[in-house]
Design a protein around this ligand. Structure first.
Ligand code: ADP
Ligand code: MG
Length: 326
């Protein structure tokens, strides 16, 4: 007779993409995880999942699992809410493995996979009655979205996912800027980060070209901020260098508020400084490749309602043919 084994919860969970052969075990994990919750009204439909329904979900959108030893400890199924927007389903950790941080690792892995699949945002619903759930998601960067009056028992949550692309040359970085300029509108704030020489100004030059700025966009390091008017009827570009600013207070002294509403404002070195300026922001992080070459890894992430329905992944990928990626 096989004896039930005590799970080795001290082992490191292995995160991997869910495979069709996992389906039956995943249905069991989902039943165990949802079955261990207090009874809900209306009841969760998780108990209806079968190996077949999980298999269909995996075929449609995939999923990630956390494995400990030879057991699956947790799962997240990935659905598609709308094009470019992923939807977490059946986020489950088997009760045998609760309180070991597996949920955190699962969610991080699911975010990575969904971004790789081309999603720029993820949404989910959490049961309002399970008080700890909303806090769990908020601590991981998810924001509470408006309720659906037809389903008041759900709290809607969402998070934007960064789109990552490799940009091999200076000219490609400008081209990325030009592509982003196509979707930039008056009132938009771009927060650009990356070390000295990463390419923040180069990207801003591309944005300037896209906005129809005829003068040369150079690093505003000594004047802190420059205003460039469009010659093509596009919004004005306000280009700021926050490198020498100590914090949001000093940024406020630059009176960017006066132009924010009608301009596109780009703040180099803006992380940790520019966030209070606007709820809606486009964050761009530029990292140099470790081999010291010209390649830059660029992470683009829209924050706030302004960007929720903008498919940044598509815009960024269109500017950078996959054949040139790394
Ligand atoms: P920052 O504003 O972040 O300090 P700059 O845009 O002023 O950086 O400088 C980036 C420098 O790196 C430029 O000289 C640019 O020509 C060079 N460069 C080389 N490869 C790239 C690339 N893939 N993307 C952006 N810049 C690059
Ligand atoms: Mg610069």
């Amino acid at each position: 007779m096989p004896q039930p084994t005590t799970p080795d919860v001290s082992a490191e969970p292995q995160l991997r993409v869910a495979e069709p052969r996992d389906a039956a075990e995943l249905a069991e994990v989902i039943h165990a995880a949802f079955g261990a919750r207090p009874p809900l009204d209306p009841p969760s439909t998780a108990g209806n999942e079968t190996a077949d329904s999980v298999l269909a979900a995996l075929a449609a959108g995939g999923g990630v699992v956390a494995e400990i030893g030879d057991r699956i400890a947790g799962v997240v199924l990935i659905g598609t809410a709308r094009p470019g927007v992923a939807h977490w389903r059946r986020v489950s950790v088997h009760p045998d493995f609760w309180r070991h941080g597996i949920g955190t690792e699962l969610v991080a892995a699911a975010e990575e996979l969904a971004a790789e699949q081309g999603h720029h945002r993820v949404e989910l619903v959490a049961r309002r009655e399970v008080a700890s759930l909303v806090g769990f998601w908020q601590r991981r960067g998810y924001t509470v979205e408006p309720d659906d009056p037809d389903q008041p028992w759900y709290v809607h949550l969402a998070k934007s996912l960064p789109t990552a692309v490799w940009i091999p040359t200076t000219e490609r970085m400008r081209e990325l800027g030009r592509s982003l300029a196509d979707v930039l509108a008056p009132g938009d704030l771009v927060v650009a980060n990356g070390d000295l020489g990463a390419g923040k100004t180069t990207l801003t030059q591309g944005i300037g070209e896209g906005l129809g700025i005829s003068e040369t966009v150079i690093s505003p390091t000594f004047v802190l901020s420059r205003v460039h008017r469009s010659t093509t009827g596009r919004p004005t570009l306000v280009h700021v260098d926050a490198y020498r600013l100590s914090g949001p207070d000093e940024l406020e002294d630059l009176d960017l508020d006066a132009t924010l509403a009608e301009a596109v404002t780009v703040v180099e070195w803006g992380a940790g400084v520019a966030e209070p300026m606007a709820e809606d922001r486009l964050h761009i992080d530029i990292l140099r490749s470790e081999d010291g070459g010209n390649s830059r890894l660029v992470l683009v992430r829209g924050v706030g309602p302004r960007w929720a329905e903008v498919d940044l992944a598509q815009i960024v990928r269109a500017a950078t043919p996959a054949t040139e990626g790394q």
